[in-house]
Design a protein. Structure first.
Length: 153
């Protein structure tokens, strides 16, 4: 079994729906070799990150930056994980009311420091909430899980 950790900050019903779409994709019935854990960023620590073979991070854009909960997560896991999780495959999904640029840049800087490997460019769902965001997040979850199961990363 390959271990996938999904960490998403969910301050609203719509962000919970996005997280659920990620989980739905990562739990696709054709993916039988994925052990999935889903956590809120304020409720986990380095142990869960060290457990994972890959990670998907989801955050809202707050004042042009990642959510405070996601920043707190990174603050707590950074040094305990720094030398033990290099090259950890990861993906990022951003729910942005504006353009998500500041959030993407900030997260990429932290991922560079951790030496985690982005498996694709961050997904940015920007503007007013759209039902199409759900399909995008579901596809991201399925793509990461399938790549992990297939040994691509």
């Amino acid at each position: 079994m390959r271990k996938l950790l999904i960490v998403v900050h969910c301050p609203s019903d719509n962000t919970r729906r996005l997280r659920d779409a990620l989980v739905k994709g990562a739990s696709h019935p054709d993916l039988s070799e994925i052990d999935l854990k889903v956590c809120e960023p304020l409720k986990i620590g380095a142990e869960q990150v060290l457990w994972a073979d890959a990670i998907i991070l989801g955050t809202t854009e707050n004042f042009g930056y990642m959510s405070g909960a996601m920043k707190d997560f990174f603050d707590r896991i950074y040094y305990p994980c720094l030398e033990q999780t290099q090259a950890l495959p990861c993906a990022v999904a951003i729910r942005a009311g504006l353009d998500g640029t500041g959030t993407k840049i900030a997260i990429k800087k932290i991922l560079t420091g951790l030496q985690w490997k982005l498996v694709q460019e961050p997904l940015i769902s920007k503007g007013d909430f759209s039902e199409s965001f759900l399909a995008d997040w579901e596809t991201l979850g399925m793509t990461v899980a399938a790549g992990l199961e297939a040994g691509i990363y």
